[in-house]
Design a protein around this ligand. Structure first.
Ligand SMILES: Nc1nc2c(c(=O)[nH]1)N[C@H]1C(S)=C(S)[C@@H](COP(=O)(O)O)O[C@H]1N2
Ligand SMILES: [Mo]
Length: 362
């Protein structure tokens, strides 16, 4: 049996490395996304790590370097559970291809999921190590997976600013939805950084280092940068561009499926919306490409500020061609750009334009 038999019901973008996402309808079928359909984004191999002999090193600008077993992590630190969205910075990249060429997998709307993560607070581990707590410090994660990059192979690594690392929602997680992490989601231990792009939630952690500079590893130093629209692959200074941390307000339609022939009359539209550090305050749905809008009903858990919002609208669709569209509004009264032209970038990150679907009802 291959590792991914359990992930058989996914849209697979590549097998080595393994990158796959669920079908839109199954993604929006439940508030908590089951591990079995949760998207997988990997840059290299899926390391098979033995939990019993596993060790996590914590060092750098700390008073007491630590060498932690899973046993110690589970029993010496308070257990925390946080419901949070994981979302790839490349989610919805596929739609940017209408505007121009982009680098990377053409993700549809499923490089996102909402899970209940259980583990320990990164802040508790940093405090136990006596980490320095300066505004300019960074917490770097090094990982076990081996990845192939433009300038050779490297081990995956990223970092987050100390202020985020000390926030109570940031976890070192060993469970997802009450189950042990699956190998492809980072067994035995991964970071979960709610509100930030998935890239910062390092899987298969090997060490944590407190530093005065961000990680030098390629995913931090070169990739996951947002470039302006006049920059192309050949003109991009790879160390420039905005580092992608917080994710933008976004929403998508998961049901009905793209390009269906629908029965005219009553139809139920469903989808997800996310606002990262803010809250989703409203979701508007249009049946005519954005000329008029109706408000969707929202399903969210008010005790889970880092979770997503599912939305639902029962609409009446007359016979003919229609362009469905969705846009969310956040607690600061902001909404999404109308078109992918507004934010196209050659790496294809952070597409948060109105999600549009053409349908025919008869
Ligand atoms: N070690 C390691 N951590 C990683 C990655 C990786 O390739 N290696 N991919 C990152 C990216 S880009 C994303 S979007 C999330 C995806 O997490 P998931 O596969 O559990 O959904 O993991 C992040 N953590
Ligand atoms: Mo990602």
């Amino acid at each position: 049996m291959s590792t991914f038999d359990c992930k058989s019901d996914l849209i697979v973008h590549s097998t080595e490395p393994f990158n796959a996402e669920p079908y839109p309808q199954s993604l929006v079928a439940s508030y908590i996304t089951p591990q079995s359909i949760f998207y997988v984004r990997s840059h290299g191999d899926i390391p098979q790590i033995e939990g019993g002999s596993y060790r996590l090193a914590v060092s750098g600008l700390v008073k007491r370097p630590l060498d932690l077993s899973m046993e110690l992590l589970r029993h010496e630190f308070p257990r925390r559970t946080v419901t949070a969205v994981m979302q790839c910075a490349g989610n919805r990249r596929g739609e940017l291809l209408q505007v121009g060429q982009v680098a990377g997998d053409p993700w549809s709307i499923g490089a996102i999921g909402n899970a209940r993560w259980t583990g320990v607070a990164l802040a508790d581990v940093l405090r136990a190590a006596g980490a320095e707590d300066g505004a300019n410090l960074h917490v770097a994660f090094a990982c076990h997976d081996q990845c192939e990059g433009e300038s050779g192979s490297y081990r995956y690594g990223v970092s987050i600013p100390m202020a985020k690392a000390m926030s109570p929602e940031v976890l070192l997680a060993f469970e997802m939805n009450g189950e042990a992490l699956a190998p492809e989601h980072g067994f035995p231990l991964r970071a979960v950084v709610p509100g930030f792009a998935g890239v910062r939630s390092a899987k298969w952690l090997s060490s944590i280092t407190v530093r005065d500079l961000p990680s030098d590893a390629p995913p931090q130093a070169h990739d996951y940068k947002l470039f302006p629209p006049d920059i192309r692959q050949d003109t991009a200074g790879r160390a420039t561009g905005i580092t992608i941390n917080e994710m933008p307000l976004n929403a998508a339609i998961g049901e009905p499926r793209a390009f269906p022939d629908l029965e005219a009359g009553a139809v139920v539209l469903r989808g997800w919306a996310v606002a990262s550090a803010r809250q989703v305050a409203r979701v508007d749905v249009s049946l005519n490409g954005g000329r008029t809008w109706q408000q969707a009903e929202l399903e969210h858990d008010l005790t889970a500020p880092w979770g997503w919002t599912l939305w639902r609208l029962q609409a009446d669709l007359p016979p003919g061609e229609h362009e469905l569209a969705v846009r969310a509004w956040d607690s600061a009264g902001q909404t999404q750009p109308a078109s992918p032209d507004d934010t196209w970038n050659w790496k294809g990150y952070l597409n948060a334009s109105w999600h549009r679907l053409r349908v025919r009802a008869s």
